[in-house]
Every structure is written in C-alpha cells, then in structure tokens.
Design a protein around this ligand. Structure first.
Ligand code: SF4
Length: 72
C-alpha cells in the first residue's frame, strides 16, 4: 500500500513552508493549520518529500492509513 501524507494538527504552527514546497498538495485551513488537500501523484512526490523536510515542526508524516499511526 502506498503511504499517504498526514499533517498532525497538534504540531502544525501554520508556517506555510510546506505550501511553498508543494503548493498543489498542501493548503492552510481557516485555523492556519496545514492540510493535505491532495495525495501526491508520482510527479508530485518529490515536492511532497521536500515539504516534509522543510517543516520546522516535523508535523508532516507518511502513514499507511489516514486513520492509522504515523510510520516511524
Ligand atoms: S511547514 Fe509544518 S508547521 Fe508549517 S504549515 Fe506546513 S505542516 Fe504546518
């Protein structure tokens, strides 16, 4: 199963650096918490992993299932 991106709302501080790295994948909610609005296509995975690296809070994880636990 392909991993999926997940943003932990408890960690996100709304810096929006993930949006700069992957604007087609992330957006900010009205509460200034990032959301993954689209699971990346093959072409967007490079941007998505750049967003993971760019997040100063480590709030973006790859998970097996959106309701599951983050993969270490
Ligand atoms: S870079 Fe990290 S902390 Fe900032 S908005 Fe994105 S997920 Fe949230």
């Amino acid at each position: 199963m392909r991993k999926q991106l997940w943003v932990d709302p408890r960690l996100c501080e709304g810096h929006a650096l993930c949006l700069e790295s992957a604007p087609e994948v992330f957006d900010l909610s009205d509460d200034d918490v990032a959301e993954c609005v689209r699971q990346p296509t093959d072409e967007l995975w490079e941007q998505a992993t750049a967003a993971i690296d760019a997040c100063p809070r480590g709030a973006i994880s790859l998970i097996d299932d959106p309701k599951g636990q983050p993969v270490p």
